[in-house]
Design a protein around this ligand. Structure first.
Ligand SMILES: [Zn+2]
Ligand SMILES: [Zn+2]
Length: 127
């Protein structure tokens, strides 16, 4: 479901020149993402560059998640690997728009995610 701008989370409105559209429950490409992860279409060769997709309205209204995704649009063309997607450029954008606390909280959340845990295990032997 595509939201009209009036339904956008307040914290996203300052970035309405960067965010093209917001979709809830289904990705702009039609995939059901209820119970899945929010994501940003941040590759400039993506037909839907600038779109944000959230599993629920509740997730969109969570400031840390909303700004996490906005920061992806500010750091476009990131790699698909979780660890690279959430690299230096994304971190600095998120800190700029959301502040240190949210930036730090989101990094911890990513480190706990499965893909990243695998990566750290592979690269550093951390369990
Ligand atoms: Zn999507
Ligand atoms: Zn992310």
């Amino acid at each position: 479901m595509k939201l009209i701008k009036k339904e956008w989370a307040k914290c996203i409105l300052p970035y309405k020149n960067i965010v093209k559209n917001i979709y809830i429950g289904k990705c702009v490409y039609g995939r059901d993402i209820r119970g899945g992860a929010a994501h940003a279409h941040n590759h400039i060769d993506d037909l839907h560059f600038g779109c944000l997709c959230f599993p629920s309205k509740k997730r969109m209204h969570l400031k840390s998640t909303a700004l996490h995704e906005v920061a992806h649009l500010m750091a476009p063309n990131s790699s698909k690997k979780v660890i690279d997607t959430h690299g230096k450029e994304w971190i600095s954008k998120l800190e700029k728009i959301a502040g240190y606390d949210i930036m730090f909280y989101e990094i911890l959340r990513i480190i706990k995610s499965y893909d990243t845990r695998q990566y750290y295990q592979f690269k550093y032997g951390i369990k």
